[in-house]
Design a protein around this ligand. Structure first.
Ligand code: XIL
Length: 330
């Protein structure tokens, strides 16, 4: 009984795990673990989809203006090809992990020069992987916690027009990739941020610009996570109400204050199970991606000190109770 096999039996397109290109994996000193890690990652019964956690971001793909580098992204794209996985490509326009030259104070952006830079970036990067991406996260994290637009460089210079531009260019460059808006904190139906995501869908649809999906990152907390019903309602708002053809959980992990105990692991199990149960119930939900699967390679401990154990495989490659929690609802 393995995750992707079960997910497909109940009608999902995939259960996947993101992975980093080896040179970028979060923790050094794990060379000996890589062969076990790779065996699990590569197993199509376990994971039918992958996403590069870093290699396709602007920092790596266009480190200098007009100079493109696909080495890191290709590593994960190649893993996907060799192990028969769908590839979610991530992410074209995001305020983080931008190349320094984009953010440098020395660059004086005007609306025209920034439009040209965004267009060139998407044309090249999405052009490079054209036909290989099941989906692209076209715009990532454009919203602040209160649901208004994040005051990123892109927003400051272009306003919401940058979102329209990004989706328009992506739709021309890779007509077959599903185009997603992706964000965290949009898993609950009544949150201000969820309302913001709905505004983005509506803005694009009203302008006649293609958006196919909404990605709910789902970086969740074990001790206060959405219920099945909250997940279901949110997904229905995006799909049935606003008309995107698909939704997906794109970066699922469930962090726990460390050290973990039996209680917190049970809460985590429930959080994972709720996501899986909800995805099964909603027609538009195509799949679930966990943000890596092996705790030592998770971004959580480095980013949120005092929290960890967010994934499904422990350091010694035993599994969290949450693994069976997911299998149970499939
Ligand atoms: C994270 C990566 O996992 C880390 O390795 C990196 O240092 C920072 O970015 N939302 C996203 C992802 O869309 O790209 C982020 O990935 C996690 C939050």
């Amino acid at each position: 009984c393995q995750l992707n096999d079960y997910a497909k039996k109940v009608g999902l397109k995939y259960f996947g795990a993101a992975t980093d290109s080896p040179g970028q994996r979060e923790r050094a000193g794990y060379e000996a673990a890589y062969s076990k890690y790779d065996t699990i990652l590569n197993d199509p019964k376990e994971f039918g989809q992958t996403t590069p956690t870093n290699g396709m971001k602007w920092l790596f793909t266009e480190p200098e203006p007009g100079v493109f580098n696909y080495t890191e992204g290709e590593i994960v794209a190649t893993i996907a090809r060799n192990t028969n996985k769908l590839l979610r490509c991530h992410a074209l326009v995001w305020h983080n992990q931008l190349a320094p030259w984009v953010e440098a104070n020395t660059t004086v952006w005007t609306p025209d020069t920034l439009r040209a830079a965004i267009t060139r970036h998407i044309a090249n990067v999405a052009g490079h992987w054209k036909g290989r991406c099941y989906a692209w996260d076209v715009v990532n994290e454009a919203l602040d916690e209160d649901g208004t637009y994040r005051k990123s460089l892109f927003y400051k210079i272009l306003g919401e027009e940058y979102i329209k531009l990004a989706f328009t260019v992506a739709s021309h460059v890779d007509p077959d990739a599903k185009l997603y808006y992706n964000d965290y904190g949009i898993e609950r139906p009544a949150s201000a941020k969820t309302a913001g995501a709905k505004r983005i869908i509506k803005m694009l649809k009203d302008a006649g610009i293609r958006i196919d999906g909404v990605g709910m990152q789902a970086h969740l907390h074990a001790d206060s996570h959405p219920t099945v019903d909250e997940h279901v309602q949110t997904m229905k708002q995006f799909s049935e109400e606003l008309g995107v053809s698909e939704v997906a959980f794109t970066e699922l992990d469930v962090r726990i204050p460390t050290p973990v105990n039996d209680t917190s692991l049970q809460w985590q199990k429930e959080a994972y199970r709720n996501v899986a149960a909800a995805c099964v119930q909603v027609e538009a939900c195509v799949g679930i991606t966990i943000w890596d699967f092996y705790d030592p390679f998770s971004w959580v401990p480095a980013t949120f000190p005092g929290q960890g154990a967010a994934l499904l495989w422990n350091e010694d490659f035993s599994k969290h109770p949450a693994y069976d929690g997911i299998i149970d609802v499939f």
